[in-house]
Design a protein around this ligand. Structure first.
Ligand SMILES: NC(=O)c1ccc[n+]([C@@H]2O[C@H](COP(=O)([O-])OP(=O)(O)OC[C@H]3O[C@@H](n4cnc5c(N)ncnc54)[C@H](O)[C@@H]3O)[C@@H](O)[C@H]2O)c1
Ligand SMILES: O=C(O)C(=O)C[C@@H](O)[C@H](O)[C@H](O)COP(=O)(O)O
Ligand SMILES: [Zn+2]
Length: 370
């Protein structure tokens, strides 16, 4: 990837997401200085635009609001808490109130700016307001760009579990401005790499090769492969959701590592970053595949090695297993009382493991107990 000057940004990479289940297709753009794309995505019918952004991006949110107001829209900025504190029914209700007070109609548009938590909330507000208004995602974290903003899963958490309330409501477009990553704290940058590595294991091993070639560089926005890692991961997600928006089959593979990850997040009252929990969940899923006799040792071991090389966690508290099993029961892949996991039958070969023997589950957990 070549660098570009402020005067002449290189043309963005465009990744297509097909419309399925009666939804429209859309594009994910990756590049720099992409906000000029917003008016085209907002369209001519909108009179009002609501910019939902986290506290950490107060200046960005206000600048965007001013810019849109300068273009003639009635623009409001709705500031929400950072991270998982935004993914609550109370914050969604706060957003609904702001939309109601601004007279927001079905032809108006929401712009969700921020990390995955902010775009999950903004998308959910868009899905629920007037039973669905258009929205545009402007992800500003690695994780948001490669995963959360793409694919139309929107939602909030409840005390009982992660993302338990939500809707499939794809955006009209996704703008990934790589410059946003410059202000991201390193822990948040690295946390996003867990989903990048997930994409590598389930579908695109070149991702793993690129990270393994220089793990220290992979931890930074300036890394030589950062843009390629992001584009490749988005392509993996786009390919899957283009064929299965509502997770009736192939989309479950994107949940690799998430059954345990979400149980950990709930156990930590959503104070852990999602990517950190996914990292532990990926090691667990690899061990589960190995103990179930489905995954070879080399590929299972590679999980631990590549995750550790970028500084992601590999273990969780050994004494929490009974609580984690309880938490996993509300995983969205569960059917009745049967737990279902995504495991690998080999590199790039994700598959479902249904109702594993509790002894196998415990053995796999033994490998991630710290
Ligand atoms: N919908 C999906 O398909 C999907 C996929 C993966 C993850 N998710 C969700 O995404 C969330 C995690 O997203 P995340 O890792 O982006 O975390 P996050 O949204 O919590 O963001 C992390 C922190 O960084 C701040 N921030 C965001 N952009 C910044 C920037 N450019 N500079 C400085 N600070 C910035 C945020 O305000 C927050 O405090 C979880 O809730 C997870 O469930 C959803
Ligand atoms: O897009 C998907 O599908 C995924 O599973 C991607 C996950 O990385 C993401 O964390 C998603 O929000 C999890 O969904 P959930 O349905 O298990 O809540
Ligand atoms: Zn995830």
């Amino acid at each position: 990837m070549t660098s570009n000057t402020p005067e002449s940004p290189a043309a963005p990479t465009r990744i297509q997401v097909a419309g399925t289940a009666g939804t429209d297709p859309y594009e994910v753009l990756v590049g720099r200085q992409l906000l000029g794309e917003l008016p085209g995505l907002i369209g001519t019918r909108a009179k009002r635009v609501a910019v939902i952004h986290p506290e950490a991006l107060a200046e960005t949110g206000e600048a965007l609001r001013e810019d849109l107001a300068g273009q003639g829209y009635e623009a409001v900025a709705i500031q929400v808490p950072n991270a998982e504190e935004a993914k609550t029914a109370e914050v969604a209700a706060y957003c609904w109130k702001a939309l109601g007070q601004s007279g927001f109609t079905r032809s108006d548009v929401i712009v969700g700016v921020g990390g995955g938590a902010s775009t999950d909330l903004a998308g959910f507000v868009a899905a629920s307001w007037l039973r669905g208004v258009r929205w545009i995602a402007v992800p500003t974290t690695v994780l948001g760009m490669v995963d959360a903003a793409v694919g139309g899963k929107t939602g909030i958490n409840t005390a009982e579990g992660k993302n338990l309330v939500g809707a499939f409501h794809p955006p009209a477009g996704v703008l990934c401005d790589l410059a946003a990553l410059d202000s991201l704290p390193v822990n948040d940058f690295v946390s996003g790499l867990a989903e990048v590595i997930k994409a590598g294991f389930i579908a695109d091993p070149v991702i793993l090769d690129l990270i393994e070639s220089d793990p220290a560089a992979a931890r930074t926005p300036e890394g030589p492969h950062t843009a390629e890692l992001i584009v490749r991961s988005i392509q993996v997600k786009a390919d899957v959701v283009s064929g299965d928006l509502k997770e009736s089959g192939a989309r479950e593979t994107l949940n690799y590592g998430h059954t345990l990850a979400h149980a950990i997040e709930k156990n930590e009252r959503y104070k852990w970053r999602h990517g950190a929990a996914v990292s532990v969940g990926l090691v667990f899923a690899a061990e589960l595949g190995r103990f179930a006799g489905r995954l070879d040792d080399a590929t299972a071991d590679r999980h631990r090695a590549v995750l550790e090389s970028v500084g992601l966690p590999l273990t969780y508290r050994g004494d929490q297993w009974p609580r984690l099993v309880e938490n996993m029961k509300v995983d969205k892949k569960s059917r009745g009382d049967v737990l279902r996991f995504i495991v690998l039958d080999g590199l790039g070969k994700p598959a479902v493991l249904e109702g594993p023997d509790p002894a196998v589950l415990l053995a796999a957990y033994g490998e991630v107990s710290g």
